[in-house]
Design a protein around this ligand. Structure first.
Ligand SMILES: O=C(O)CCC(=O)C(=O)O
Length: 361
């Protein structure tokens, strides 16, 4: 069971924290965070610069244009999608058809899940296997980290088998509906992305066996942090799958790296943020890069983000698409998705370190 540790001073050992939410709750009004959460250097680093002016330049893709039967409208949307993938690796998806009230219910139930007594959440305690179907835990992988991150998570594999907690009542049903809808969106986006690469629309879907592909449903909770300038919710990293689709509870915190600067993502109302992930960088042979992103904190409000990582089938070996290799050399080694997934989930989150390991010179 999670024991609520008290704030450390120099003479106290660092606390062993099982849930940052419980830690924050049981410590009341504290103003200093444990030093094991100091993930941002106090010395100003150029690498940390935020380009305020670029936030409004994040591309917007209208899903209804992408699925339009009008050939010119569709072709223009495919072109814009290709530009967004090549230049940003992130975009906001509008007119996607996911009802607003479904997202509202999802956020409400996600909050209720994280508000359950710790004993109930511990039923899903992360046993360190990335293939455990439902996992609850804190930070990213505390066993291998030097510094920890100010977030708690629920992770569930929701495809090809749907796994999800039965508590709070109604959460499972809402999550099922949402996960199905997100898969549909991801499939259509992958078709558009294939076309934007000059390939047949089914190229990525077929070569990844996407219809039996893996989907990881992640519910992040970031409690208010008294020293948000010192800690991070999640450090810079790229995601493992093909496409990540993200929604949040109206509280900002996501930043993406663009041309060496951090850019805040301020999602348009009711939009879904789409992040290009590592398997897409591999398959496109580097034409479309996965986007480096991080979660920053605030000291006032609890942030929740619901993040669905849509990947290939776990047993599928993924490498640059054969059609692209007719004219160019492969930039990445091929690897089974399950090996990539397992390694990433059990390592320290660190930029694009996993992808760098399969990059060919
Ligand atoms: O909460 C966010 O905005 C980012 C979440 C994220 O990067 C992740 O879950 O991998």
């Amino acid at each position: 069971m999670a024991s609520a540790a008290s704030i450390p001073s120099s003479s106290q050992p660092e606390p062993n924290i099982f849930s940052i939410k419980e830690f924050a709750k049981s410590n009341g009004d504290f103003s200093l965070i444990p030093s094991t959460y100091h993930s941002i250097s106090q010395i100003h680093d150029d690498d940390d610069d935020v380009a305020e002016d670029l936030a409004s330049s994040i591309p917007v893709i209208d899903f209804s244009h992408l699925t339009s039967h009008h050939p010119q409208t569709h072709a223009k949307a495919v072109h814009l999608l290709g530009e967004a993938c090549a230049e940003w690796g992130v975009f906001m998806l509008t007119n996607h058809g996911i009802p607003e009230n479904l997202v509202e219910k999802l956020m409400k139930k996600s909050r209720e899940f994280h508000d359950l007594p710790i004993e109930e959440k511990n039923e899903y305690g992360d046993n360190k296997s990335p293939f455990q179907p439902i996992r609850h835990g804190t930070s990213f992988c505390p066993q291998v980290e030097q510094v920890h991150y100010w977030r708690d998570y629920l992770k569930a594999t929701t495809f090809p088998q749907f796994n999800f907690p039965h508590k709070p009542p109604g959460y499972r049903e809402v999550a099922y509906e949402y996960s199905q809808k997100i898969r549909g969106l991801a499939r259509k986006l992958l078709e558009g992305i294939s076309e934007s690469l000059g390939l047949g629309s089914n190229s990525i879907v077929e070569s990844t066996e996407f219809d039996s592909g893996h989907q990881l449903f992640v519910v992040n909770l970031y409690p208010p942090c008294p020293q948000p300038h010192l800690a991070l919710g999640l450090p810079p990293h790229s995601d493992i799958g093909l496409l990540t689709l993200l929604t949040q509870n109206g509280i900002g915190g996501l930043q993406v790296k663009h041309h060496g600067k951090w850019v805040k993502v301020n999602p348009l109302l009711n939009s879904i943020t789409v992040l290009l992930s590592d398997q897409l960088e591999v398959m496109s042979n580097g034409r479309y890069e996965s986007v480096l992103h991080r979660a920053i904190l605030n000291n006032e409000e609890t942030r929740i983000s619901v993040v669905l990582a849509n990947g290939p089938a776990l047993d599928k070996e993924i490498g640059p698409l054969a059609e692209l290799l007719e004219k160019e050399k492969p930039l990445f080694e091929s690897m089974k998705y399950q090996d990539y997934f397992q390694f990433q989930q059990r390592s320290r989150l660190n930029d694009k370190s996993r992808l760098d390991e399969i990059r060919l010179n």
